[in-house]
Write a protein that binds this ligand. Structure first.
Ligand SMILES: CC(C)(COP(=O)(O)OP(=O)(O)OC[C@H]1O[C@@H](n2cnc3c(N)ncnc32)[C@H](O)[C@@H]1OP(=O)(O)O)[C@@H](O)C(=O)NCCC(=O)NCCS
Length: 517
């Protein structure tokens, strides 16, 4: 027997077998006994020995072979290795690259391969070497680490829109979303996202007629909503409602090329989500549901269904603008979730249920009501500085501040601040005071992080000013985002490949023997 292994893990590019093999390899002769070989493996804490004769590789004996021998009931002190080894195993050359080693090991389900140069054994490569020294991963030869949170990683191409964090700009199909919010209606933007271009007057009229006729709920869902409306949050109810919606309408797994079916489903769902939400809200609050109206635009109809009263035009327009601002926003967590689910060819309802789940988290869409809760907790302008300072010093997150992509003011926040200001009311002035102090406190206590208000801060203020109840803030966000999600579903299915990344295993080295019970 030779001495224990010594791992060579030099940093070279490309990584070669020579750089990651263990050398010298643990060896034994073909006529040695299984117990001798097992003892050598145990001492060296490795899972195989290379069987040699005249320095040449004759075979390989692994822990699996020992287990097979034990199961067969042989006497390990007398049994020669020759009878249990794999004779003439595949070997690697030292100058082969690490990818080749991985391919050989994974394709043949080997755990170890001898490394041979000029017919002489010079080392051994194990799966463990590949994981540890070569930092390769089981996804294949070309696996690469992505930064935590996938920050900055491009995972798809899209023609839907783009977010430019440094510029503080985002667009829908090349039009600034903020400019669209200033001059167009939510229905126009919905049309733009679905069809790739803004509608002319006739197209807008036809699209409005088509989508307004889709607002009512299927009978089964309308019957079930009263019994689920009180469970959980309104967003929970929406998630369940969307699931039932798809099930009742018999939506099928997405199949390649059937874009028209999914397009119809997408329009129907986005048209009906406000109805699910408003119906659930009213039932939760002991009120009779209000049926949708097909003579009102999207936002006005939503406010009508929530309150049962004709909305103030200024409020309807403010909500319309908020919905435009919130329709889509790059590869955010919920959109990515919808695309991942679509990539499995699951049905549209499954993709949107998953997206709603992702949106519900406070780090994503769950912030606007929490931002308003924060204003409530601060209470007075005088209390803002000490309250915010203490929160940041205690490592709490200020809701409505910070963004993964924007490292300057979020353009949605700038726009909604103006909308809030035009609506007026006491909350707006207070919110602006808190914003100013929060940005200053964050700059001082979290220098270099570039933390400003995000969409959620003034979204809460706008919705509050328009009479949208606080519990409906994130659900209203979901109503707008359903359009963005469904457009992303359509784009994903048009050029699909299963989204299936991988993770680096960093636990104790496998395989470990399973302890007896
Ligand atoms: C949106 C958000 C999740 C982005 O997070 P991210 O890009 O992953 O940023 P990180 O979590 O890596 O944070 C970076 C640093 O900024 C700090 N930070 C980020 N947002 C903060 C906030 N709102 N309040 C206080 N500190 C914040 C973090 O504590 C961290 O500080 P550290 O370097 O001392 O650890 C994050 O800014 C946040 O939690 N905001 C509050 C929730 C919110 O408004 N969500 C709605 C998003 S539209």
């Amino acid at each position: 027997m030779k001495a224990g292994p010594e791992t060579r893990a030099e940093e070279e590019d490309p990584m070669l077998v020579r750089d990651l093999m263990s050398a010298p390899a643990q060896t034994c002769g073909a006529e040695e006994t299984l117990s001798g070989a097992a003892e050598a493996m145990r001492r060296a804490e490795i899972g195989s020995v290379i069987v040699v004769g005249d320095g040449k590789v004759a075979g390989i004996l692994t822990e699996r072979d020992l287990l097979r021998a034990a199961a067969a009931g042989v006497e390990p002190g007398a049994e020669p290795v020759r009878l249990w080894m794999t004779a003439n195993p595949d070997v690697l050359g030292p100058e082969e690259d690490a990818g080749a080693a991985w391919t050989s090991l994974s394709h043949h389900h080997y755990r170890h391969l001898p490394v041979v140069e000029h017919e002489q054994l010079i080392g051994v490569v194990s799966i463990r070497d590949l994981f540890g020294a070569a930092s390769l991963r089981p996804a294949g030869e070309h696996a690469a680490d992505a930064p935590k949170g996938l920050e900055g990683v491009v995972v798809a191409t899209t023609t839907i829109g783009d977010v430019r964090g440094r510029e503080g700009f985002y667009h829908y199909r090349q039009y600034s979303a903020v400019d669209l919010a200033a001059s167009r209606t939510f229905e126009d933007v919905w049309y733009l996202l679905f069809n790739g271009e803004l509608p002319d007057l006739d197209q807008a009229r036809a699209f409005a007629a088509e989508t307004r006729s889709l607002r009512s709920l299927p009978d089964g869902l309308a019957t079930v909503l009263p019994s689920i409306a009180l469970a959980g949050t309104p967003l929970d109810v929406l998630r369940t409602g969307v699931s039932l919606f798809g099930a009742e309408l018999g939506w099928q797994p997405i199949s390649d090329g059937d874009v028209e079916t999914v397009r119809s489903e997408a329009l129907r769902l986005a048209a009906a989500v406000p109805t699910i939400l408003a119906t659930a809200y009213r039932i939760r609050n002991g009120l009779d549901p209000v049926a949708p109206r097909d003579d009102l635009p999207f936002a006005s109809n939503y406010l009508w269904m929530l309150s049962g009263e004709a909305p103030d035009p200024a409020h309807a327009r403010a909500i319309d603008q908020y919905l435009i601002i919130a329709t889509d926003h790059g590869f955010n967590a919920s959109t990515f979730t919808a695309r991942v689910i679509t990539s499995t060819q699951a049905d549209l309802a499954a993709a949107i249920c998953g997206a709603i789940g992702a949106l519900s988290g406070p780090l994503h869409g769950g912030a606007p009501s929490r931002a308003l809760d924060m204003l409530d907790a601060i209470k007075t302008p005088e209390n803002a500085e000490p309250w915010l300072r203490s929160a940041v010093e205690h490592n709490e997150r200020l809701m409505g501040f910070g963004h993964r992509v924007y490292k300057t003011e979020d353009p949605r926040s700038t726009f909604l601040r103006n909308v809030a200001q035009s609506l007026g009311g006491p909350l707006v002035g207070f919110a602006k005071t808190v914003e100013e102090i929060a940005v200053r406190v964050l700059a001082e206590l979290k220098p270099g992080r570039e933390l400003y208000t995000n969409v959620e801060f003034f979204a809460g203020v706008v919705m509050h000013s328009c009479g949208v109840p606080r519990e409906m803030f994130t659900p209203t966000f979901a109503a707008a985002r359903t359009v963005g999600w469904t457009v992303n579903v359509l784009e994903q299915m048009a050029d699909n490949r299963l989204i299936r990344p991988t993770a680096r295993y960093v636990g104790p080295p496998p395989p470990q023997p399973v302890p007896p019970t």
